[in-house]
Design a protein around this ligand. Structure first.
Ligand code: ZN
Length: 244
């Protein structure tokens, strides 16, 4: 089962890549939805997300993408760029590291991911942004790097008791700009996280921001009429009070 927020996350994540024809519902369990459900399970159980899991996620995305005619060579499904898969990647002006370096960079990436999750050195939201931005910098796959990297960001957030972030297509320019530095990505994550809240009275998981107050952010839940203010600084430090 997918929540409202998770459905928005998956739909928007596709839309950022011009794959808006792929859409999900509460019952979806294939392709991108399958990838997220598996990653989510790992986060909730506080299990390690291994390189194999990340490769599997990308493979589900590629399979699903092929079903709507956006084919990627099948040998590249679930496969890192590597000396066996000699593919260079350029995103705008940015040249990703050579395929020669990708396997070792990813090994190091996974080690750093779990070192931080097990012994946090910075706020969870900031690390989620750092992990996402670093993954995009490596660009380990021929395709699906954006969507896979956003799955990893939400793995980190959920692992730290924060709700998944919805990366929206409407402001993708801002998001792409944020990929340039860790600091910009961290600012982007904080801003996006505050756009919608989870209502603890009725469990509506997508309550939009009403207005920004000086002390916190205010929300009106349309489902149960609750009004609430959240102290995001505290939430970023301690996690979301989903299980008070
Ligand atoms: Zn509510």
């Amino acid at each position: 089962m997918l929540s409202k927020r998770e459905i928005a996350f998956l739909n928007e994540s596709n839309k950022i890549e011009n794959l808006g024809m792929l859409r999900y519902s509460v019952e979806s369990k294939n392709g991108h939805a399958q990838a997220w459900i598996q990653v989510r399970e790992k986060a909730v159980q506080r299990e390690r997300l291994e390189l194999e899991d990340i490769c599997n996620s990308q493979r589900y995305l590629m399979e699903e993408q092929a079903s709507v005619g956006e084919d990627v060579e099948e040998r590249l499904w679930g496969a890192l760029r590597s000396p066996e898969n000699r593919i260079g990647v350029r995103v705008g002006q940015y040249h990703a590291p050579s395929f020669v370096e990708v396997p070792i960079l990813m090994e190091r990436y996974i080690a750093q991911l779990h070192a931080e999750l097990e012994h946090p050195q910075e706020r969870h939201i900031d690390f989620a942004a750092r992990a996402h931005r670093n993954f995009e910098t490596i660009h380990p796959f021929a395709d699906g790097n954006g969507r896979t990297g956003r799955l990893i960001a939400n793995y980190v957030l959920l692992y730290a008791d924060l709700p998944p972030l919805v990366f929206t297509a409407a402001d993708r320019r801002k998001y792409y700009d944020a990929c340039k530095t860790v600091g910009a990505m961290q600012a982007y994550f904080r801003e996006k996280m505050q756009e919608s809240a989870v209502c603890l009275s009725c469990d509506d998981d997508f309550v939009p921001l009403k207005r920004r107050a000086t002390a916190g952010a205010e929300y009106d839940c349309k489902t149960c009429d609750a009004h609430f203010t959240l102290d995001w600084d505290k939430i970023f430090e301690e996690g979301y009070p989903l299980n008070p």
